[in-house]
Structures are given as C-alpha cells and as structure tokens.
Design a protein around this ligand. Sequence first.
Ligand code: 13P
Length: 258
Amino acid sequence: MNQKIWVGTNWKMTKTISEGLAYTEELVRISKKVSNNIELFIIPSYTALTSISELTSQSRIHIGAQNMHWEDSGAYTGEISPRMLDEIGIEIVELGHSERRQYYKENDADINKKVHAALRYDMKPLVCIGENIVEKKNNISKETLAAQLKVCLKDLTKEEASSVMIAYEPVWAIGENGIPADSGYVAEIHAFLREELIQLFGEVGSDIPLLYGGSVNHENIIEYIDIVDVNGLFIGRSAWETERFEEILRKLENHLYN
Ligand code: 13P
C-alpha cells in the first residue's frame, strides 16, 4: 500500500507555549524517521502558533489553527481572522469541531463562511462533522452527516473542494467519556461520506481526505486505518505526549509501509 495518509493531533486547550515548543522539538526529531507517506500535522493553541510555526518551518510538520472567524477584520472581540493566521504561515484551519459546536454554538452555516474564508487565503479547511448520541440512537446519523457536509461545503467549486479535508468525529466517541466507535460502523459511515462527497463534487469527491477521529489510540489505530475510506486519523489525548504519538506513528508505519 502506497497511499498517503494524514495523521495529526488537536491539542485543544492543553499546552502553553513552552510546553508546545518542547513537544514540537521532539516531534520534529521523530518526524525524520517517519515515512513520507504520512502527512503529519499539529493543531496548537493560538498563543503558541507563531513560535511553533517558526520551529516547524524547516520540517515536514504541517501546522493548523483550531478555529477562525470568517471576516478579515472587524469588531469581533476575542476572534482571530484568516488574515492573522495567513501572516504567520498557517496551512490548515480546523473548523466545526464538536466542542466548538457544543460550547460556542457554532453551526454549519457559520462553518461554511469560515471554509470560504480559509480558501481565500489558501489555507486548508479541516472540517469536522459528527452525529451526537441522540442522533445515533434515533438512527439519523447519516441524515445528520449528509446535512452537515452539504451546508459546510455549500457553494464550493470542485477546485476549491479539492483543498478541503473532512474529519468524521462522532460526538459520542470524543474525549474522556468517549466510547471508541466500532470499526464496522466507521467503515459504513466513511463509505457513505465518500458517496456523498462524490455526489457533491463528482470525481474530486473521491480524493478528498476523510479522516477519522474520536478516542483513537495505539490499540485501535490499525483497525481504523485498514478501512478503505479512512485516509487519516485525527487524534486528541493519545497524541498529547510525544512518546505515545511516536508509538502510534511507528505502529502505522510498520503496518502500512514495511
Ligand atoms: P480524543 O482523541 O481525545 O477523543 O479527541 C479527538 C478529537 O477531538 C480530535 O479533534
């Protein structure tokens, strides 16, 4: 197997600048031994972005921001604009994470504006979608996900869509109380998302990376990465220490490329 995969971590609100720098120095060292088929990325907190992007500029690690406003500038206290992220060379913007949706009431229409804004600045939107436990229990996961995809990606040209990445993160699988999703279920959902993307964007939809996230760890990564339509993994807790992240990377590498 020779296909590229995306593997990265969302630090959420965990690391200070000094902690982030120590982590990143170590990850730069680790990354030198990782196959070029693995696109590595980290999504630090805003305060650490400038120093971390300087540190990684000569490395193969991609840097992302955890959120962004859609306007270039304006009276939006507490927000960060695409222009500001562009200035420090940010390549990826994570949009619509379930914690943003849950605690800050972000909705698909807002996320769509942010996707367009990111693309205007040549940043890669990493759009997070996922059903919650009530939607799953009511058997409307697919309807929910189809609607999220459709609205978040509204009015994108095929060319623009080719720069987007999607992370499927079932809300009930994320974080401390998350229950890791069954790999059969992930396979079914990713196949469905792939079909939806092809419906929306034709052939381009076949190449949009579909990442899986939610309680991914060194024990379940192989099961997930073996799924045909899983093109990467988006990891929280299990990649917040470089030793554990390295273990995950080594396992993936041995399984896929050796
Ligand atoms: P966990 O891996 O800690 O469940 O978090 C996943 C996540 O939210 C990635 O964005």
